[in-house]
Write a protein that binds this ligand. Sequence first.
Ligand SMILES: Nc1ncnc2c1ncn2[C@@H]1O[C@H](COP(=O)(O)OP(=O)(O)O)[C@@H](O)[C@H]1O
Ligand SMILES: [Mg+2]
Length: 277
Amino acid sequence: MNAAIAPTAPTGPATAEPVLKAQGLTKRFGGLAAVNDVSLALHKGHLHAVIGPNGAGKSTLTNLLTGDLAPTAGRVWLKGTEVTGWSNVRLSQAGLGRSFQKTNVLLPFTVWDNVRLAAQSRSRHSPFNPLQWLTRAGTDAAERERTQAAIERAHLSARTHAVAATISHGEQRQLEVAMALATQPQVLLLDEPLAGMGAAEAERMVAVLQSLKAQHAILLVEHDMDAVFALADELTVMVNGQVIASGTPAAVRADAAVQAAYLGEDETDVSAPGHAA
Ligand SMILES: Nc1ncnc2c1ncn2[C@@H]1O[C@H](COP(=O)(O)OP(=O)(O)O)[C@@H](O)[C@H]1O
Ligand SMILES: [Mg+2]
């Protein structure tokens, strides 16, 4: 830890209660602390980026926040309510949306159907059952409205009726964001939404995320440093499960420990050697 940059205070700025707050989150897999005593806060209108080399614990942290994994230690609050140990379904109902590092899109379905399934998951407590849900298609005006709004907000309106398998990789990732938006989340947790994208696709996704910032508290796990520095209001750097620095992007970029451990000479390539333990 570099003394020049204090870890993010778990309560965040005094001016606003965080939408999501995590304190001392730890996840052990056997002897490995994949996430080790991580605290952070997410605020509406702010994008908090988490960066770090492969294996740093970024996806595990995301999975702890979404309820896909139970923490070994630590606590999480959503809008002031402690939600530690809540299931992902319950957290989604409570206002937490996510996209996955690995794509979650149903390729044989249209953009509309994928987003509609997500919209339905917000309004129904039943376990995931696409066939059951599709037979109810179009019966719920509120779901249709949520579906259309989510597609628009992900800048995918032109592809609404395209089969997901036929749209570009970048558009599939936008579709994932639309699926998260369809659950009307207050918090958006995005795990590498720019993964595998070319420059033009990445630019489109950055534009989507930029336009979403005002309405949501966003956690962005991302390797694309141009995108991170274009979007982030706050930046946390993880290495080997631990936060080595957290603060404004400018402060983190200037931090000597971060440069040594992570950003290296070519800060666009986070997979570059030099960060290994
Ligand atoms: N389900 C799991 N079981 C055991 N080890 C895991 C599991 N998930 C992740 N890990 C390990 O935890 C560490 C952090 O992984 P991950 O969170 O995927 O990192 P990142 O997303 O930063 O690349 C890695 O060493 C990984 O191998
Ligand atoms: Mg990951």
